[in-house]
Design a binder for this molecule. Structure first.
Ligand SMILES: [Mg+2]
Length: 278
């Protein structure tokens, strides 16, 4: 259930550095998990440790729990390709509030979209998960859009419903055809620049693999965009091709696997009950 995000990160990792506009790119043997997977695992760990829902008044307390897991996972994998701002934050003795506008808040929220029964709770958890590291409207809004897309997808909503909901609730523009975006798209991890095309890659996909290929082949922040598109795509399509799972499983670390698996075991039942229309 969370592997779609992690595998997107792994497949995109090579192309974050070696940008491609080629949809038919090959999976590279040098591919490796990066910060996107590490932080997704951190969110899994935070929710597994404390799955209790919160109210608006509980956001700050819950934010400290997310922050503690970010710092813990950062210390386990300090060279996973974080942005400079995040590394400085994660390496400091006490968490302070950082006002990042980047896509790091959005790349790690797939587990939140799976763990909670109602969307209102998903939104509160996203806010808490962004509180210390991405304390800006732009970053929180994008993270909410991704978690909402995962939640709507696993609850059987159509792509059209998902698109309309995100456009109306978060004011992200999702109608531009990817070919038009791709033409002069470049690497930029600003949330407002990179998250809408990543969601768009899912919306214009036919299956899990095409979502990841569309995201990577925009030629931007490939691992993060494929992580976002892949996370939503798995929630929607409900399956990942075996060849992708095998390619990525070889490139995973045990700590990350354990964190994701513990999370999946805890929330499996709900996932199994969801439906996945094409
Ligand atoms: Mg990365």
């Amino acid at each position: 259930m969370i592997w779609g995000a992690v595998y997107g990160d792994i497949i995109g990792s090579y192309y974050e550095v070696h940008c491609t506009k080629d949809y038919s790119f090959t999976f590279q043997s040098e591919s490796a998990f990066t910060d996107d997977s590490v932080m997704t695992a951190a969110v899994c760990a935070a929710i597994t440790a404390n799955p209790a829902p919160i109210t608006t008044f509980g956001i700050k307390k819950r934010a400290r729990e997310y922050a503690a897991q970010y710092k813990r996972f950062y210390s386990l994998f300090p060279n996973a390709g974080y942005g400079q701002m995040f590394s400085k934050w994660a390496g400091s003795p006490e968490p302070y509030i950082q006002r990042s506008r980047a896509n790091g808040g959005a790349m790690r929220v797939a587990p939140i979209g799976y763990a909670y029964r109602d969307l209102e709770q998903v939104m509160l958890q996203v806010k808490a998960s962004c509180y210390y590291t991405h304390h800006t409207r732009e970053a929180v809004n994008s993270a909410k859009a991704v978690a909402a897309a995962v939640w709507l997808a696993r609850n059987g909503k159509s792509k059209d419903d998902i698109k309309k909901f995100i456009e109306n609730s978060f004011h992200l523009k999702l109608s531009t055809p990817l070919d038009k975006i791709r033409a002069d798209y470049k690497f930029d991890s600003r949330a407002s620049y990179s998250v809408p095309p990543a969601i768009n890659a899912f919306l214009q996909s036919d299956d899990y693999e095409s979502a990841v290929r569309l995201a990577v082949s925009l030629g931007g922040d490939a691992d993060t965009m494929a992580c976002i598109a892949g996370g939503i795509a798995e929630a929607f399509y409900g399956e990942i091709p075996r060849h992708i799972a095998e390619f990525c499983a070889l490139r995973l670390d045990k700590t990350i696997k354990d964190a994701v698996n513990s999370f999946c075991r805890k929330f499996e039942t709900e996932h199994d009950l969801s439906t996945h229309p094409s």
